[in-house]
Design a protein around this ligand. Structure first.
Ligand SMILES: Cc1cc2nc3c(=O)[nH]c(=O)nc-3n(C[C@H](O)[C@H](O)[C@H](O)COP(=O)(O)O)c2cc1C
Length: 344
């Protein structure tokens, strides 16, 4: 069993990574239903929260059946981070996570996200400010360092543990790497091997198949893994990994019926949460990912992204099930590069 403060997680927990514009409540609901053990909101700007920006506040929405759930905040100013942590407290998630890893320009140029990797003293002060302002356990998600010459994750891990964080998730890339190349988990293993480190260490980067999760578990000794891109359009990844760890065997790929059922749940949750029109619109970007691998899906997909009534979408989904009934899905090949989000 893995513990983050008082939060009990199963052995080798699988975490859903925070993902901007992706890990909202409807997406989280389908990941939870398919085996995610701990989930996070997308990152929320501390400055936005303080200004009461409606968009930032909506990102605080969490639901009982999502627990345990963490709310992720970012920012480069101690006072703003402390205030944001207090606001997060009022919504009572299970934990607060600080983002020190986001590489996107709009965040880094404000001295937040991965920019803080260049100034570990500031990172420590920001973390302290958050820890002092909340009664919730605080966790951090970060990268290996700013660039290949300044990989400082071992020092960062010790210093953040010393100021009270309760778990650390490490994406095995530097800021300068953005999403290029492959994640390097060796520095993550070094953090885990450090006898001074007592908090759970979660590895992140490029986990896209059960074998890889098991290989990385055994090779790098992490306490659990965090999965991002591979869960987009494929929330089954969580249960597939769990099953493989338990039995050494693969679950069969989800059938067309199972896929469409998850699309339906995602859509209905999206409409419930966002309202009819925005809910339908937001769902449109997910169809391609869910329906990947199906031949001649273009026409169905075109209808799904132009229709404006839930009943009509349900009807197209019924047609898809009928048309592809019995279709043999091959284990998927994840194109991680095409899923990486734009960094500049
Ligand atoms: C679309 C997208 C949005 C992301 N948004 C966030 C975010 O809000 N906070 C964060 O800490 N990381 C964010 N990330 C990074 C992921 O959490 C994760 O670290 C990264 O994708 C590597 O994991 P993966 O290889 O399993 O995808 C985002 C990644 C993607 C692809």
């Amino acid at each position: 069993m893995v513990k983050i403060d008082n939060i009990q997680l199963p052995d080798f927990p699988l975490l859903l990574a925070p993902m901007e514009d992706v890990s909202d409540p409807p997406f989280r609901a389908v990941c939870k239903a398919n085996g995610a053990d701990l989930m996070y909101t997308e990152f929320i700007s501390s400055e936005g929260l303080i200004r009461d920006a409606i968009k930032s506040r909506q990102k605080l929405d969490i639901f009982e059946n999502e627990r345990p759930i963490g709310i992720q905040i970012f920012g480069g100013d101690e006072e703003a981070m402390a205030l944001a942590a207090k606001i997060v407290d009022t919504t009572q998630p299970d934990l607060v996570d600080i983002n020190f890893g986001c590489p996107v320009k709009k965040v880094v140029t404000k001295g937040a996200g991965a920019a803080v990797l260049k100034d570990v003293d500031l990172m420590v002060r920001l973390t302290k400010a958050v820890v002092k302002s909340t009664t919730l356990p605080v966790t951090v998600k970060t990268r290996l360092g700013w660039d290949a010459d300044t990989i400082n994750i071992e020092d960062v891990a010790e210093r953040l543990q010393d100021v009270g964080i309760k778990a650390l998730s490490i994406h095995g890339r530097t800021r300068c790497q953005l999403y290029k190349g492959s994640a390097d988990w060796n520095p993550i293993a070094k953090v885990k091997e450090n006898p001074r480190i007592k908090i759970p260490i979660f590895g992140n980067g490029d986990i896209d198949a059960p074998e890889k999760a098991v290989l990385y578990k055994n090779t790098y000794g992490v306490d659990g893994v965090m999965i991002g891109r591979a869960a987009i359009g494929y929330p089954w990844i969580f249960n597939e990994i769990k099953h493989y760890i338990k039995t050494g065997e693969h679950l069969p790929p989800p059938t067309i019926q199972q896929r469409v059922e998850v699309i339906r749940q995602h859509l209905h949750r999206s409409v419930e949460w966002k309202g009819l029109k925005p809910g339908i619109n937001e769902m449109r970007r997910h169809y391609t990912n869910y329906l990947k691998g199906l031949p001649n899906i273009k026409e169905f997909r075109l209808r799904l992204v132009t229709i404006t009534e839930v009943e009509q979408i349900d009807e197209v989904l019924r047609e898809i099930v009928k048309f592809y009934d019995g279709f043999q899905f091959t284990p998927r090949k994840v194109e991680m590069d095409t899923l990486a989000y734009s960094c500049d």
